[in-house]
Design a protein around this ligand. Structure first.
Ligand code: C2E
Ligand code: CA
Ligand code: CA
Length: 787
């Protein structure tokens, strides 16, 4: 099919038309030129012939030489092209030569007037007919030539068109190939020609274009692959980091969520979520805050950061951290884009860490750190509003005993129990904290006066006071409270805690089960203690400042003085005599009690040797602190000293408090048996203040029970105390323990105790603890009086 729009068709048509016009014109013009050229040439020739003959013809005619005329006429006719000659004399008949003429059109004619040579008058008309026969022949030849030319020309034209067709055909093929070009799979065109012409170069250009396209395509594919990978990585990263992203088109109210965002919301990824539905996830407590923040960001085209929780369809709570930005564009085309992180794990960790950092793991009460925070906050509030704060330092009395006797688990249970009791007594706005062991600190804000604080302390003391049943154990609890006030007693946490602690110590010293408000004096007492502590440290093993006093124990029945108790004193170079209650606990707390204890034991041994030399035989009771009793070195030391001073072990007695013995039953039993195996007596000191029962003590190799002086001294006024003393003596007897009563201050004490069959009596009624020389005097006087 020939395409009428193809270049080939157009060029061919044009060529044919132009050629046709050209041929037509050329033919016409050349024919015209040929004919006119031929005619003028023949005329010229005839003209010449006629002119050359005309003078002779005119002469002969004028003279009437007819023969000569005829001769001339025949001469003319003899000419190849002249077919007819006419001589038409004006005065005579016409003379004709040659064949007669029918069709003049078939001949050229030439006329001439003949003049008389003498008169110059016209005498005849001379006419020659000239045959067109040759002309036609020539014309025929001309037409043949023209036809041949046209024919050749048409052939050439056809060749040209064919050539054109052939040349342009690849172009069509190329176009066809390009029509079927697949941009997704650009293949090189297989050019069906191998010419080096323009089309070939178009083909090659097309192929290099295909190559570029292929390159571009592979680059694009590579990029696409990378993009896809990046997207996948991003998705993966978002998934791993629990980071989702979302974009809210504010103008058309549409929301787009990333895959991870769907996961966070526990939704299928094809769920369509509206903005309102998206906001509905936010838990009600955070809704207002989130809403306000977003509204602000939308209005100002600003960034925003939010922490809130969302509630999933399955009611799970998820903590979210969102960071985003609002892009404000003209014509209201605003978008809000954000990333949202699932920080639930972090939040839970934070909660746990917070719990650990700020709360006591046992009682779940705020710890020291949180108390510090709350107090600092309360102080700055109180400062602004000119208000007072009270800090209550609360310490259970003898808690250590409970821990030691009933074990730490029971101790812990008691602390939890106590913390609940205390919680009931304080307001929601107050802070009840546990800062260690059995130490609780209560922060009371908005307090008007010291009395207000003391009212609270009384309430607390009352609520704790009494018997509590913990893990099957009945225990009697009291507590001591120290109170420090802001701003009166301190400006900051450290001052207030320190002073409340000091006041608490003072309350303990005042007999426990009471509360005390901090005073400057207390502080001085505390600093005095610090000084003592320092002084002891400075002794560095040289205990010359210590001195042992001896207090007699009188046998109730025989009224004999065979026993003494060694009681330590500190003769301080500047402060004078200091009693053990002021420094024993310092020694115990610092661990120095072991060294000082060894010094005490050896001093007693030396004293026994010294008395022996004076013919005095006295059993010496040595007080042992818990650390000494448990010291593995005690038995070794005692053994070696007994040997060193060759002392009868029966002259040695160790006094230990009942709580020491019950701490670790097996261990205590082992130590006591070791002591007993040396032949040394064991006395249970301060009996009645601890938690052990007599029957429980049966298993221990104890010799003597010493009834605590607090019961003895009040026996007369307090019937309970009397009953206690009486019961202890009776039970001790039934268990085969001897009894000693300490704190015997009056005759009545002595009398009553004797009536109750107490074995030995010790107290100011007989003698105070005395330094050796005075004791010796006392001893001698006692002997003399009782002889
Ligand atoms: P403790 O072992 O219960 O000693 C008895 C305390 O009662 C002594 O106080 C004594 O002076 C006092 N006392 C004696 N009779 C009476 C009296 O009739 N009325 C009154 N109110 N008190 C009386 P001291 O000497 O001040 O000792 C206090 C505590 O210090 C001792 O109590 C003992 O626990 C400890 N202690 C004393 N010396 C030593 C020692 O050498 N080693 C150890 N580890 N502790 C010692
Ligand atoms: Ca004692
Ligand atoms: Ca005692």
């Amino acid at each position: 099919m020939i395409n009428s729009n193809s270049i080939t068709f157009k060029v061919s048509t044009l060529l044919v038309v132009i050629s046709a016009i050209f041929i037509l014109l050329t033919t016409l013009v050349s024919r015209h030129l040929f004919i006119s050229g031929y005619e003028s040439m023949e005329h010229e020739k005839l003209n010449y012939i006629m002119h050359s003959i005309s003078p002779s013809l005119a002469l002969n005619l004028s003279y009437g030489f007819n023969e000569a005329v005829t001769e001339l006429g025949n001469e003319l006719i003899a000419h190849k092209h002249i077919v007819h000659v006419q001589i038409l004399p004006h005065q005579s008949d016409a003379i004709h030569f040659g064949i007669s003429i029918q069709d003049t059109k078939e001949h050229f004619t030439q006329e001439m007037t003949l003049h008389d040579p003498a008169t110059k008058k016209s005498i005849a008309t001379f006419k020659v007919f000239y045959s067109k026969k040759y002309f036609h022949q020539l014309m025929q030849e001309f037409y043949i030539l023209i036809s041949i030319s046209i024919f050749l020309y048409i052939i050439a034209l056809t060749i040209l068109i064919l050539f054109l067709l052939k040349s342009l055909k690849p172009l069509g093929l190329l176009a066809n190939m390009m029509n079927h070009f697949n941009p997704k799979n650009p293949k090189t065109f297989h050019l069906p020609f191998n010419t080096k012409d323009e089309i070939s170069s178009i083909g090659m250009s097309a192929n290099s274009m295909v190559a570029s396209a292929r390159n571009y395509l592979s680059t694009m594919q590579e990029l696409n692959k990378k993009l896809y990978q990046n997207e996948a990585h991003l998705k993966e990263a978002q998934r791993m980091a629990h980071v989702g992203s979302w974009e809210y088109n504010i103008s058309n109210n549409t929301l787009e969520l990333s895959a991870e965002m769907y996961r966070i919301l526990a939704l299928k990824s094809n769920t369509v979520l509206t903005w309102d539905e998206f906001l509905d996830y936010i838990s009600s407590s955070d809704k207002l805050h989130v809403n306000n923040t977003l509204i602000y960001a939308i209005e100002h085209g600003s960034t925003f950061e939010l922490k809130y929780s969302i509630v999933l369809k399955n009611s799970n709570l998820v903590y979210i951290h969102t960071r985003g930005k609002v892009r404000k564009k003209e014509a209201g085309h605003s978008r809000m884009a954000a990333i949202s992180m699932d920080v639930t794990a972090e939040h839970t960790d934070k909660k746990t860490i917070e719990q650990l950092a700020f709360y006591d793991p046992l009682t779940k009460l705020p710890n020291r750190t949180l108390l510090n925070d709350r107090l600092s906050e309360a102080i700055s509030n109180a400062k602004r509003h000119k208000k007072k704060i009270a800090l209550l330092f609360l310490d259970l009395d003898h808690f250590k005993n409970i821990n030691d006797t009933l074990g730490h688990d029971t101790g812990d249970s008691l602390l939890i129990h106590i913390s609940k009791l205390l919680k009931n007594e304080v307001r929601e706005s107050d802070t009840l904290s546990r800062i260690g062991g059995d130490e609780f600190v209560i922060l009371l804000t908005d307090i008007k006066s010291h009395d207000d604080a003391l009212v609270v302390t009384q309430k607390l003391i009352r609520s704790l006071h009494g018997q509590h049943k913990i893990d099957q154990h009945l225990m009697y609890i009291t507590t001591s409270i120290g109170v420090a006030m802001y701003p009166d007693h301190g400006e900051n946490y450290y001052e207030l805690i320190k002073h409340a602690d000091t006041a608490m110590y003072a309350a303990k010293e005042d007999g426990r089960n009471t509360a005390m408000l901090f005073t400057k004096q207390m502080s001085q007492d505390i600093s005095k203690r610090r000084v003592l502590e320092n002084d002891i440290q400075l002794m560095e093993g040289d205990y010359e400042q210590f001195e042992l006093y001896y207090q007699p124990k009188i046998d109730a029945k025989s009224n004999k003085l065979l026993h003494v108790e060694a009681l330590i004193r500190w003769r301080h170079p500047t402060k004078g005599l200091i009693f053990p209650d002021e420094f024993i606990h310092i020694l115990e707390e610092s661990g120095l009690i072991l060294k000082v204890g060894e010094w005490i034991i050896e001093s007693c041994f030396k004293q026994i040797v010294s008395w022996r030399q004076n013919n005095m035989e006295l059993q010496v009771a040595i007080n042992l602190s818990a650390a000494q009793f448990q010291d593995y070195n005690l038995i070794k030391l005692t053994t070696s000293l007994l040997e060193k001073y060759s002392i009868n072990p029966l002259l040695i007695e160790f006094e230990i408090t009942e709580n020491i013995s019950i701490n670790n039953v097996q261990e205590s039993l082992r130590i006591m048996q070791a002591i007993k195996s040396l032949g040394i007596c064991i006395t249970l000191d301060d009996f009645g203040t601890g938690y052990s029962s007599l029957s429980y003590l049966k298993q221990f190799p104890i010799d003597v029970i010493k009834i605590d002086k607090s019961f003895v001294m009040n026996m007369h006024d307090n019937h309970d105390d009397f009953t206690i003393v009486k019961t202890i003596i009776n039970m001790a007897q039934s268990l085969n323990f001897k009894t000693v009563a300490e704190g015997v201050e009056t005759t009545q004490h002595a009398k009553l105790l004797k009536e109750l069959h107490c074995d030995m009596l010790q107290g100011y009624f007989y003698a105070k603890p005395l330094p050796v020389p005075e004791f010796n005097n006392y001893y001698n006087n006692f002997l003399n009086q009782n002889e």
